[in-house]
Write a protein that binds this ligand. Sequence first.
Ligand code: HPA
Length: 279
Amino acid sequence: MGYEQLEEAAAAIADLSGRKEHSAALVLGSGLGDYAAALPNAVAIPYTKIPHFPTPRVEGHSGTLYSIDVAGKGALVFSGRVHFYEGWDLFDVVFGVRAAAMAGCHTVLLTNACGGVRRGLSVGDLVALSDHINLTGQNPLIGANDKRLGTRFPDVSDAYSSALRSEMKMAFDAAGVAYKEGVYTWFTGPSYETPAEIEMVRRMGGDLVGMSTVPEAVALAHMGRRVGAISLVTNLAAGASNQPVTHEEVQEAAELAKAKFTQLINTLLPALISEPVSN
Ligand code: HPA
């Protein structure tokens, strides 16, 4: 049920990058895709060249995977992501990160644009996820379980590695970025939430809302990989201001945060490639 396709994709990544193995992967969220374009000596692989890889249908950009060197080890950077709201099966939504795991990645950092729910969060804040709430009724592991990927009932109580979060905090400090943590709440989208939904999220303990990341985190927890996630608050969630939420403001906020985000990720990459002590 897809394991062989993942093997073929992982083999193609090794082949096309000229690197037998990669240690860590970074998935760039909405509006953050430009990060990869400035990387020195990156090998660019269009998603269309990787067998079975889903290619984004939106925004005139079909996706590129970059293979880069971080202190002598390989890292993969995904620019362009597919979302559940585009009509993809969750199998396809998580295909890229599973392929990265099969290509050797022990650690994956997921990034996204999100709405800020918790009072006190501001547009431009970068927030490390400490946990998530899945309100969609969907799960990428529904269906027959392939034991080669992981166990039927995986534990997700440390889905966003607390050990990695400690290292992330040090990188935030070093990059001069205020460190915040929050609980991410997954809605399918594509409509933004209603003010009543946001009030519900706030009361149940959600700090952020968004339309991605959770399926990838669950699929990687299933495979026993170490996951970190960083959300960029691009807008205050519905009802928090008297303005409607628009895709344009999300993109503008991502554009404004670019320098801070780049600085943070550059500082973080060495922590991502180093082998987890225990997991
Ligand atoms: N809601 C859901 N997804 C989002 C938002 C939001 O307010 N902002 C950016 N992605």
